[in-house]
Design a protein around this ligand. Structure first.
Ligand code: C2E
Ligand code: CA
Ligand code: CA
Ligand code: CA
Length: 278
């Protein structure tokens, strides 16, 4: 038994080392990734449920194709980028790139669509974050109402009051604010009432449950109902099946996003699904 314990210890130690090495490797190559143009954005369409499944906008999702490491998932490298604050310049690049994309796309389509951009807590905590948002909108000449920022609940645990003040300033500018992954973490309904958000993105785990649960047991319906009562828009994320779509229609969720309609797309492919060929 003693020997077993020792082996287990060695095993954990080895696993921890591997993870640490992996992180270090990512960090090393991440340092030059921005300057070497290794990032691109993909865009996943969001569709209106009421208006005949019309595209209302896109979520911008970062992709890193490293010459040394190959494709690295944002799930892996965003946390590393946060550790050494590289997320700050990367985040500014994402915002500019995404705003330029939607500006061009809207001009081409002759119709207004919204771009949603994921924001890290570290960005939000920067003193000049609100000014930076304003500067980018001005530079790109994009209406504030065509930008939505996505934040997560886990961000709010820290510095709640400071963040609420900032979000109020952002909302005042006319920028939309979505609470991402709603229901995933330590969701607190009392939080929600204090937050100046405009949209609730229902986490994929709830959408997955639609597939496997009886309607009566599923909380998604209540979330949509509650959000409506609070004057918030609802977006269902990770919609993959017709059954989920039917449920969301029946319960009047506003928008849907997921593989059932479209995966995140390269910029050139966006124009193809939009029915207009470029
Ligand atoms: P998220 O913001 O929750 O983004 C949704 C994730 O679900 C994306 O993964 C998207 O590709 C994936 N997805 C969309 N529809 C479906 C579906 O129907 N089924 C399944 N299985 N997955 C679906 P992705 O692109 O790998 O991004 C992962 C996470 O990385 C994001 O989660 C977000 O937290 C972070 N991230 C991505 N881009 C950025 C960025 O530009 N800045 C920051 N700060 N974080 C980002
Ligand atoms: Ca998101
Ligand atoms: Ca999400
Ligand atoms: Ca997520």
């Amino acid at each position: 038994a003693k020997e077993n314990g020792r082996n287990r210890f060695v095993f954990y130690e080895k696993k921890m080392n591997e993870e640490a090495v992996q992180k270090m490797t990512i960090k090393n190559y991440l340092v030059n990734a921005l300057k070497n143009n290794e990032f691109v954005l993909h865009y996943q369409p969001q569709y209106s449920i009421e208006e005949e499944n019309e595209i209302t906008g896109f979520e911008a999702l970062i992709r890193w194709n490293s010459p040394e490491l190959g494709f690295v998932s944002p799930v892996e490298f965003i946390s590393v980028a946060e550790e050494n604050y590289m997320i700050i310049p990367i985040g500014i690049w994402v915002l500019k790139e995404a705003c330029n994309f939607i500006k061009k796309y809207n001009a081409y389509m002759e119709k207004e669509h919204i771009i949603s951009v994921n924001i890290s807590i570290l960005q939000l905590l920067q003193d000049d974050f609100v000014d930076m948002l304003g500067d980018v909108l001005e530079e790109v000449n994009l209406k504030p109402s065509l930008l939505e920022i996505e934040i997560t609940e886990t961000m709010l645990i820290k510095s709640f009051d400071t963040i609420v003040v900032k979000l109020e300033q952002i909302k005042e500018k006319g920028i939309h604010i979505a609470l991402d992954d709603f229901g995933k973490g330590y969701s607190s309904l009392s939080y929600l009432r204090q937050l100046p958000i405009t949209t609730l993105k229902i986490d994929k785990s709830f959408i997955d449950n639609i597939e496997i649960m009886d309607d009566v047991d599923n909380l998604t319906e209540s979330i949509i109902y509650l959000a409506k009562k609070m004057g918030l828009n609802t977006v269902a994320e990770g919609v993959e099946t017709e059954k989920q779509l039917e449920y969301l229609k029946r319960n009047q969720c506003h928008k849907i996003q997921g593989y059932l309609f479209s995966k995140p797309l390269k910029e050139e492919d966006v124009y193809k699904v939009s029915g207009k060929l470029k």
